[in-house]
Design a protein. Structure first.
Length: 132
């Protein structure tokens, strides 16, 4: 089994969760990405979030949320993605940048529009009444 190691930023406002759609994609994904060699979780997540959303995460506000795993979207069967998720405050105004075409706020009713690992996170958040 191949494992893709990714980081994600979970931002919830008014019961809705921030999600993004990359250019050429139809599914929505939580913002984040892969770490580069030698990067800590915060360094990688902060870099990815700045590249994708033009905002800066505030390091001392960042909190570990959980690790989730599922079949990787758009990959052959058996390729899994492991998503390490964090929450945290930010400075700046969220705006699509780099490969991001669209930034949206989703509710649980939008669950089918996201990747398999994001669906697991949606369920986890809904069980805890963090999203509507």
């Amino acid at each position: 089994m191949k494992l893709i190691d990714k980081l994600a930023w979970i931002e919830i406002q008014d019961g809705k969760i921030l999600s993004t759609r990359s250019k050429g994609r139809t599914k929505y994904y939580f913002p984040g990405g892969k770490r580069e060699l030698g990067e800590s979780d915060f360094e990688a997540l902060s870099r990815e979030i700045n590249e994708e959303l033009s905002i800066s995460l505030i390091e001392d506000s960042t909190r570990f949320l959980g690790v989730f795993q599922a079949q990787a979207d758009s990959h052959p069967d058996g390729v899994q993605v492991q998503m390490t998720c964090y929450t945290g405050s930010y400075t700046g105004t969220i705006a699509a940048a780099s490969e991001i075409e669209e930034v949206v706020w989703l509710t649980y009713q939008d669950r089918e529009a996201v990747s398999p690992v994001d669906q697991i996170i949606f369920d986890w958040l809904k069980e805890r009444k963090l999203i509507r």
